[in-house]
Ligand binder design. Sequence first.
Ligand code: PDD
Length: 287
Amino acid sequence: MSRIAYVNGRYVPHASAAVHIEDRGYQFADGVYEVCEVKGGFIIDMRGHLNRLDRSLGELSILWPLHRSALERILAEVVRRNRIRNGLVYLQVTRGVARRDHVFPGPNVRPALVITATRSDPQVSDQMAATGIDVITVPENRWERVDIKTVGLLPNVLARQQAKDAGAQEAWFVDKDGIVLEGSATNAWIVTQDGAIVTRDAERGILRGITRTTLFEVAKKLGLKVVERGFTVDEALMAREAFVTSATKTAISVISINGSSIGNGHPGSVASALRGSFFDVAEKTPA
Ligand code: PDD
């Protein structure tokens, strides 16, 4: 079955889908995006992702490309047309197409919208959760507004490639005080020796992950305590567990940081419990 993408008002074959060469996303990374997991034919936490999209657009003074309810319908339609039961749906809004000029184009330029959906095998993710991942640390080199989910991801791309080159699967950005911020495409968590679940507060320095927010509720339901505070790489190395979260990974244990084992060197029980209950708590919208 051939894949279908939504591009500025039309459903088109993925293989021939295209945007204009002067799309500001292409020239300036002047755009934002969201990624929602699709699980069992449901879009996960769509409301939370669209609330964050609303915030990202607002922070950059980009208008909604169309009414929110229409966008919700198109997200579901793209999932359906691609017959995705498990995978993800990606949406990107840029400031639109205009002659190259740093200042914003006039009000007649409409924001551009692209939506794609990708299938994935849940067994691959479950296998990753059963094995755990290795993480390296890299110095923070991103701009200060990482709370906005922009398509300007070059530092994240370079960090993830550096992780891959080192035989690891994720890179954690670390600030000049040695505090862990977040991963290249995930939020970072630890479980301390006395059992507290710790993740950095989202007031600044990180993206406020939608998975992160849902996992606060999951933890509450399981009677587990979450503390929002920064932690250092040294503290993470002494932790009982470490894990990462995102819409594409749910929660995956970190078994080593910079080559040093975390805990007993195997995926931990807290990450596994949070992962196990995630879909009981997350919002599910039928596609
Ligand atoms: N990334 N931090 C960063 C830098 C991210 O890019 C992401 C998500 C997260 C986790 O956010 P959420 O739980 O809402 O997915 C944290 C997506 C999955 C991506 O870029 O593919």
